[in-house]
Design a protein. Structure first.
Length: 529
């Protein structure tokens, strides 16, 4: 009887093992062996495809592949969709590239990416002391008393702890989830993420509230606990306003378009462009600007270009040709030769045949019909593939403004501004903004004030739907950076933003009047010209 019981137990255990094993094989995260092989595939293709930036790796003191390898065992052990998505985020972000991300695909691992809530508090970064940055309160809800009673935070209060963790520990915990290409970019994006709840910070997903320990200017500490809310339900005091007249004392708006808002000083002697980004309307907006300025005798006025809140896009060179009176060298670019470049060329061929204009991020980048780009891909890049080169040759960026044999020098447009120009820059944005800043700085076109841009720019990325090597089931979409952007000074741009002439960091002390400081510096410089 005892023997029968033991046999039954063994059968039960074996059945359970087989059942569980089969369940894991059928699951979206597959098996340990499959996850191990997928990890090895990601590393292999990263080594083959990634256009690594040695200058960025030096600036950030890291090796991308070594950082990715740290997550191998965690990926093999990930037995739920959430755990696998979590570790894939960290593997991708280990390359320190703001452009690169992962995203769910049909039939792949599933996460609750629809839940995006926020606590009614926004943080900013005190950049005053390199190596000793800290977070402070930058904005709060109008009805803050409803959330925390009499203990209402004040602008400038320093963040000490999050959910009981010292802020330094929270920083290290959150860092692997923040896409960044520079230290300043990491701090700024983490500041924006602290009070957010979404799948890109997985450890927040099971919480209904968040607590902060804050420190007032006099050193007094206090604790508040805040609920997560739908972002659209929060009415802000608006100290964090991204655009608008309150930012520019002594200026009034003349008109607003998709690309920028145009202001003029009270004395009618200085213009200011509050720049939104390098989007689809840039060409017509720039043409309208110079025509408007010409008709109103403004082309010779000093001009301030504020890109501290700018997004990326394309055709920055078109804007520079109209903002500056001097010739300049544009950015260049290349591609890393790998298994995906023939596919990349084929995709571009199809786009060219459709005359879609080589669309990237919804923006038509080329001033010709795309022939310059296709000529380069069919000749120089194909030759690099045939000869087994590591990279293609460097050519004017995406052949957007000039053909492949050009020296990269662009002339001013027939109608352009001719007065002195100041640029406000900062780490909020990057990509094509980084290119604009590099062209301005490396060609010495303007006096630059503020902080360097985000430091993330490449030519193209390659998106691929990952599948498990054994089960052949889809997982997520993964990205690789497959080409360098080359600054006019010859340096790789990724992780290597152009430096400003006058460094004025944003701090808890100057936060509420930061733009007054920038404008004062610009006006002082104009007076010396």
């Amino acid at each position: 009887m005892k023997s029968l019981k033991i046999s039954s137990l063994i059968i039960t255990v074996l059945f359970s093992f087989v059942f569980c094993h089969c369940a894991r094989e059928d699951s979206r995260v597959s098996t340990r062996e499959d996850r191990a092989e997928l990890f090895d595939y990601i590393i292999e293709k990263t080594k083959e495809r990634e256009a690594f930036s040695p200058v960025k790796n030096k600036n950030l003191n890291f090796d991308p592949v070594e950082e990715m390898m740290k997550f191998r065992e965690e990926m093999i052990a990930a037995e739920t969709d959430e755990a696998l998505f979590d570790v894939l985020i960290k593997i991708s972000n280990a390359r320190r590239d703001r452009h690169l991300s992962i995203s769910p695909v049909e039939g792949g691992i599933q996460v609750n990416d629809s839940l995006k809530r926020q606590a009614p508090l926004i943080f900013r970064v005190d950049f005053s002391t390199p190596g000793d940055y800290f977070f402070f309160v930058g904005d709060l809800a109008e009805n803050m008393a409803d959330y925390c009673g009499d203990q209402i935070p004040e602008i400038g209060d320093k963040l000490v702890a999050v959910n009981g963790e010292p802020v330094a520990d929270f920083f290290e915990k959150a860092k692997p989830y923040i896409r960044h290409s520079s230290i300043n970019g990491l701090w700024l994006k983490l500041a924006e993420a602290i009070s957010l709840q979404n799948c890109m910070l997985p450890f927040t997903m099971d919480k209904e509230e968040i607590s902060f320990v804050l420190e007032k200017i006099d050193g007094t500490e206090y604790t508040i606990t805040l609920p997560y809310r739908e972002p659209q339900t929060i009415a802000w005091e608006d100290h964090y306003k991204e655009h608008g007249e309150p930012r520019y004392k002594g200026f009034e708006m003349l008109y607003s378009v998709e690309t920028f808002d145009l202001y003029i000083s009270e004395g009618k002697d200085v213009l200011l462009l509050d720049w939104y980004g390098f989007g689809e309307e840039l060409v017509q907006d720039m043409d309208h600007l110079v025509q408007y300025a010409s008709e109103n005798n403004m082309l010779e006025l000093p001009l301030i270009w504020d890109g501290t809140r700018s997004r990326g896009g394309s055709k920055g060179a078109y804007a520079i040709q109209r903002l500056f009176p001097e010739p300049f060298k544009t950015t260049f670019g290349n591609v890393r030769i790998s298994d995906v470049i023939p596919l990349f060329i084929a995709n571009r061929e199809k786009a060219f045949e459709r005359r879609s204009g080589m669309l990237d991020a919804g923006v038509n980048e080329t001033v010709d019909d795309g022939s310059w780009l296709m000529d380069w891909l069919r000749t120089d890049v194909q030759k690099a593939i045939d000869e087994g080169d590591e990279y293609s040759n460097n050519v004017p960026f995406k052949l957007a403004h000039l053909p492949k044999d050009s020296d990269g020098i662009l002339q001013p447009a027939e109608l352009h501004f001719s007065g002195p120009l100041v640029c406000f820059l900062g780490p909020h944005g990057g990509s094509h903004l980084d290119q604009f800043a590099a062209m301005v700085v490396d060609n010495n076109l303007a006096y630059t004030i503020g902080m360097p841009t985000g430091g993330y720019s490449n030519t193209w990325e390659w998106d691929e739907e990952l599948i498990f090597p054994i089960s052949k089931k889809p997982v997520v979409e993964f990205m690789w950076n497959i080409g360098h952007t080359i600054r006019p000074n010859g340096e790789i741009l990724e992780g290597n933003a152009a430096q400003v002439d006058k460094y004025i960091p944003e701090t808890r002390e100057n936060y509420l009047n930061y733009y007054d400081n920038l404008i004062d510096e610009a006006m002082a410089w104009f007076s010396q010209q």
